[in-house]
Design a protein around this ligand. Sequence first.
Ligand code: HAM
Length: 414
Amino acid sequence: MDYKAPRGTHDIFGTNALGLSLLEQKAKEIFRRHGFEEVRTPIFEDAALFTRSIGQTTDIVEKEMYVFEDRKGRKLALRPEGTASLARAFIEHRMDISSPAGKFFYCGEMFRYERPQAGRYRQFRQIGAELYGSSSPAADAEIITLAKDVLTSLGIDKINVHINSLGCDKCRPLFRKVLVKYFSSAKDLCQDCLRRLGKNPLRLLDCKVDSCKFTAVPETSDYLCSECKDNFNIVQFLLKKADCQYSVNGTLVRGLDYYNRTVFEIRSDAIGSQDAIAAGGRYDNLVKELGGQSTPAVGFALGAERVLLAAQSVGFLDSLKQSEKIFVAIAEQELFGEAFAFSAKMVKDGFNNDKNISVFGPINGKSLTSQLKFADKIQISKTIVFAKTEFENGKVLIKNMKDKTQTETEINKL
Ligand code: HAM
């Protein structure tokens, strides 16, 4: 075949597809209990929305966005993340004015032109939640515990919650100055870091090339103003109250520019170098920056593929039971209609009261032998055979396709 899934994308099927559905289902249940409502935004948006929200000098905007022009020359981008789209929708539907408080969640595909490797894809799924209208540290703690709850609901327990505070417009300029001074004396900076040093020195802290070279890097927590310090202390107090273990990581800055104050990343020990399975933080200026009424906000997103990799390591995917496959076959063509009606009833009512089944057949115009061959090929576990003599006595044959044993059962007992 001449075609393959594009580099960095993948087809999801079998247990992984089941796992993904279950992850979404569990996340949705937990979100609803916390009062979050679902929002679906378009997969592409005005490219400028992302440039403005995520930041001109971030990796995502500089080199990872899928940008294209439509037939009218509009510059659009496949969404690289969900926060900017949600903020755009929040403002567009005037929720910043009518109900400047809201809890929303989303699930969907995101696109980033990154170098693919295990856990890093060009098309991936995020499940995220955004809480608008509260500047209370309780909202930060709720978002962090919410992210953790979704992960633990899948049995993922070996996780490390890293938190930091990036300060506010008052204290961050001082930290930037300290960083510029620190990095100006660093040798051997990559081209990106050299370029970003003057404009956005925080970016150097999470440069994929350089960040491992730096030692004794200044930490944000040493430069917070008293309000930000108090705020960060309350977030930590609440996390302790909620039994959520965490560690303060003073160099955690995140790869998007809209954050202020609390940021966090949840990492898993079980999945290799791309270990951030969920991340987020506070972004109090974004709604205003995009033209809305000033509205504080905090949120997170998890990477579904990475979460499933972590879930696999704790056996979560092994425990997912595929439904039992049952085939309805006919020994004589004249029983096709009866078998068809039975098959339809079984889809509705289940087999022996078990509704975790998938029903195949009947197929007309084929010998019983070729029907059974087909059933073997599609890994059927039981075949119900409609045969004339048994049917006239109100019975069918049930063939166990694994050990090839066969029993007779009354139809109305199934
Ligand atoms: P992010 O850290 O860029 O944050 O992405 C969140 C999560 O998406 C990551 O922790 C990771 O699990 C997953 N992820 C990111 N890139 C890839 C990739 N190339 N392949 C597979 N998984 C990936 C955001 O996107 C923010 N919008 C999160 C947020 C929501 N902040 C506030 N609200």
